[in-house]
Design a protein around this ligand. Structure first.
Ligand code: NAP
Length: 307
């Protein structure tokens, strides 16, 4: 099958022929229609995480996938051949920018019928990260004041909408050019981080979702009320600021979860959550898609159409 691969750390992305993934018990094989990219794809390619996660080569890129089930493994009960599904597969099954992908049954959900495969592929990793940050780690509740950093990014665009669904007041940071978009997604207060300091504008927040780290994370502690919660998907609290400010701190790596993705799918089906796509590339242009990702300026998600 054709897949977007790289042959060693720091090597360019290329399209090559590789073996199809093999079906396993408890998994399905899907024909991929679309995949989306995430910053982790370029982080892994650069080799930054090789101490934690040694890759094998050629490495097939991509964690977010949407497609049609073409083979069903033993013990799989909830889906059949022909079903349209989307998923964030686990590390062993990752390899979304490819003609076929293997997905474990408990990591997939039925694709919402009201969106395209491109839109569906934009959801799983960023959407599950936003859900796990706000709900699982952040215990968001109605009336909470929530700050979502980088509201125009893949995680931020979904996080704003989930936080509004839970009845929160949502402030978000982005640059001025994206202000209208984040307001349309539901943000109540927009801070242009290029001209304003969010820590001067906000106070007494219940929850902050940090996707930036560094100084942004450090200053974010200042806007929390005592007993509030800081959830970072970017950095650890190396300076023990949570203790200094009397708040909770959580840092985590998102995990695949088909049931949670199905919850998100319901919110997409009823129009509560809308997908935001920055750009769509043909499979042959996958290398350009990864270059675009590397700019860090995507508004929503970068998608590759495979079929
Ligand atoms: N731990 C985990 O499990 C996990 C999961 C998912 C993501 N992450 C991490 O979370 C981060 C965000 O991921 P993503 O997919 O949302 O990235 P992304 O889509 O590439 O984010 C791009 C967006 O970030 C905005 N941005 C950049 N610098 C900013 C700043 N200083 N303040 C506010 N907004 C800023 C940009 O807006 P402008 O153009 O207006 O600047 C752009 O719209 C990445 O570092 C990723 O690795 C971690």
């Amino acid at each position: 099958m054709k897949a977007a691969i790289f042959r060693e750390y720091e090597a360019p992305v290329e399209i090559a022929e590789v073996a199809r993934p093999e079906l396993q018990d408890g998994s399905v094989l899907i024909e991929v229609h679309a995949a989306s990219l995430n910053p982790i794809d370029n982080i892994l390619r650069a080799g930054y995480l090789r101490q934690m996660l040694e890759l094998s080569f050629p490495h097939v890129k991509g964690y977010d996938v949407s497609g049609t089930v073409v083979e069903v493994g033993k013990d799989v009960k909830s889906v059949e051949v022909g079903d349209e599904v989307f998923a964030r597969p686990n590390q062993m099954d990752a390899g979304a920018v490819a003609e076929f992908a293997r997905i474990q049954e408990d990591e997939l959900a039925i694709k919402p019928a009201n969106i395209t495969h491109e839109q569906a592929a934009s959801v799983p990793l960023a959407g599950l990260t936003a859900w796990q940050a706000l709900v699982t780690k952040g215990n968001i509740k109605e009336g909470d004041k929530v700050l979502v950093h980088a509201g125009s990014g893949g995680v931020g665009t979904v996080a704003i909408q989930i936080a509004k669904h839970f009845g929160a007041f949502v402030a978000t940071t982005t640059s001025g050019k994206n202000a209208d978009l984040v307001k349309e997604l539901g943000a109540d207060l927009v801070i242009d981080y290029t001209t304003q300091k969010f820590e001067d504008e906000l106070s007494d927040y219940d929850l902050v979702i940090d996707t930036i780290g560094g100084e942004t994370l450090a200053h974010s502690f200042e806007v929390l009320k005592k007993g509030g919660t800081m959830v970072s998907v970017k950095s650890q609290d190396n300076d023990n600021l949570a203790e200094k400010y009397g708040v909770h701190f959580e840092w985590f790596f998102m995990s695949p979860d088909g049931k949670m993705l199905a919850e998100l799918a319901k919110l997409i089906s009823d129009g509560t959550v809308k997908t935001v796509i920055d750009s769509t590339f043909a499979m042959d242009q996958a290398a350009d898609a990864f270059d675009k990702l590397a700019t860090g300026r995507a508004v929503g998600k970068i998608v590759v159409t495979v079929k």
